[in-house]
Design a protein around this ligand. Structure first.
Ligand SMILES: [Mn+2]
Length: 238
């Protein structure tokens, strides 16, 4: 069976439905995470992914809602407890409420990595070179963008002059499909030692495209965004 991995949907339900129609009902579907935030209907996207029975890895935005729910539950149980997170903007708070306990539980159950077989893995963010994907920490799998000159993960979104994107440094043995980082409107492929990194966040919520990629055949299917729902500049900091 062919597998299509779908990049960061970020609430773009109309574009997702258009993409699903192009893929058809045959292939297995795997989502690269970040279903939530930015686009117009994140809760509808979560509902759609669940209806499809599709696999999905956890994105940093999905994880943020899970973390928020845990802190708020503690605060409800103990009025003296202070939620240490930066307050969610009003719109995201409303979307969080609309997710409900059930939606939050679904997001909380998402794995940080998925093994597709044939030495292909799916993660949301990235991986640190020199360590098997199965042994990577969740912090890297969900959030990695740039590495310093010693291949240490940089926590700052703004790269230092010697920073490299992790996929440029990845030399396998596994091949990895990832989202999280918008390289442009086309998927980006970095290849070394027979391993491939396929970056498939093509910025739909920023007015780019929503991308599906089939690792086995290399097929790419894309749908253009109906409009830009968020600004890329502000998003880099998240
Ligand atoms: Mn992300």
């Amino acid at each position: 069976m062919e597998t299509f991995v779908i990049g960061d949907v970020h609430g773009c339900l109309e574009e997702l439905d258009e993409l699903l129609a192009l893929i058809g009902t045959g292939p297995r579907l795997v989502f690269a995470g970040d279903l939530m935030d930015r686009g117009p209907d994140p809760v509808g996207v979560v509902r759609r992914v669940r209806e499809l029975g599709a696999l999905c890895v956890m994105g940093n935005h999905d994880e943020k809602h899970v973390r928020w729910a845990r802190h708020e539950a503690k605060r409800r149980a103990d009025p003296g407890y202070r939620n240490p997170m930066q307050p969610l903007p009003e719109q995201r708070l409303a979307e969080h409420a609309a997710l409900g306990d059930d939606g939050v539980a679904f997001l909380a159950g998402l794995p940080s990595r998925l093994d597709l077989g044939d030495s292909w893995w799916v993660v949301h963010g990235g991986a640190i070179p020199g360590r098997p994907v199965a042994e990577q920490k969740a912090a890297a799998l969900l959030r990695c963008r740039y590495l310093d000159a010693n291949d240490k993960m940089l926590s700052k979104a703004d790269p230092t002059p010697d920073a490299r994107h992790w996929a440029v440094r990845w030399a396998g043995p596994e091949s990895i499909v990832y989202g999280h980082h918008v390289h442009g409107h086309e998927p980006r492929f970095d290849r070394a030692n027979g391993a491939t990194c396929a970056g498939i966040d093509t910025g739909c919520c920023f007015g780019g495209r929503l991308t599906a990629f089939a690792p086995r055949s290399g097929e790419v299917i894309q749908v253009p965004a109906r409009r830009a729902y968020a600004e890329l500049r502000e998003a880099i900091e998240e």
